[in-house]
Design a protein around this ligand. Sequence first.
Ligand SMILES: *Cc1c(COP(=O)(O)O)cnc(C)c1O
Length: 409
Amino acid sequence: MKSWVEISERRLLENLRAVRTLAGGEDSAGKQERAEVLGVIKANAYGHDAVKVAAILADAGLRWLGVADVEEGVRVRTAGSNRAPAKALAERGLPRQTMRILVMCGLDAEDCEKVLEQDLTPVVWTVEHVTMLERAAASAGKTAAVHLEIDSGMCRQGVDLAGVATVARRLAGSQWVRCEGVMSHLASAEVAGSEQTLRQQARFARAVQVVAAEGLRPAWLHLAASSAVDEGGTLAWMRELALSQGARVMVRAGIALYGYCVSTAMGVLRPRLQPVLTWKTRVIGVRETEVGESVGYGGTFTAASRMRLALLPVGYSDGLRRAASSGVGNGWVMIQGHRAAVVGRVSMNLTTVDITEIEGVEVGSEVVLLGEGVTADDHAAWSGTISYEILCGIRARRLEAGASPEVAE
Ligand SMILES: *Cc1c(COP(=O)(O)O)cnc(C)c1O
């Protein structure tokens, strides 16, 4: 096997616990009202295997999952319905619940039938969305729950303030489509008290009022992703807003579940998180170089002394970014707990690393490409990107084959 991914169930659950704890809070009556956590598993759970992660989260009692599109939702739903009843829930005497699956990134006309068939919950923001769904719902003979997205200032998806009343009125008048939630997304949640976040909060609050004025009573309001939980302020504000509307707060946590977070300096969540994913491979060749020999494409690295090099069967086509090359990002891998620096350029399918100082490395030795000692944040720093892009860019053979990653612990 070229490379494979292992995920730690224990760490995933501990990260979930951290998010749940911080998303908790007290209402004005002093009663503990926990925000509901929705686990975001889009992009194959940020490279962690959506089906596997969904099963683990379901066993932990999570009720909501978030995917990008209907295809992902169907995949998770179908796999889930084939699962035996959740053991952990049964042991605690809890009934097995059907997971709710929020489809967050767009809705096509051809998606609507599947939405009804698989009980998915799409995010909508146009009158056309409502009309499309209404048609499918009427022909299926059941209502469709939706969450209405407000564009509070990201200029991406969602209805802007000027259009909220029209869409809300259309929803209020619909026999088949039920507005269950109102949501938005923050552009700079990681910046505490940023002007942009404050502006988005104000617009969201106005939109919620407009929605209420049209007669809708959404059960859920949600705005926060991982960074907002880390930052904390937005969540306290959301609780007040929800309380005033008789609604509950939901938190859409993605990257934090996987152990990472673009955090604020004072972040409360990030220090509690632990990376869940380990990406591994094995050495396929070992060789020595003489002084003056150059390594890899372009001869960008020249050995100044005799070196021992290990060859790895992984390159940029597998998601090991070319920016990890020496002289560029100066990346490394971990072998037997030691750093082995990338030597020369990362190729499409091969990478060479320096094992001069590491004893006992041979063909077959295990290599950590990403994990303990070399995090997704390290990879991101070499490549000038963020942990998100690194994680969902990993193309380990196991995941590509559609098989489950190994679940450790
Ligand atoms: C991806 C996504 C999230 C999760 O964001 P994280 O930063 O990974 O927690 C939440 N909400 C929406 C709408 C998203 O697209």
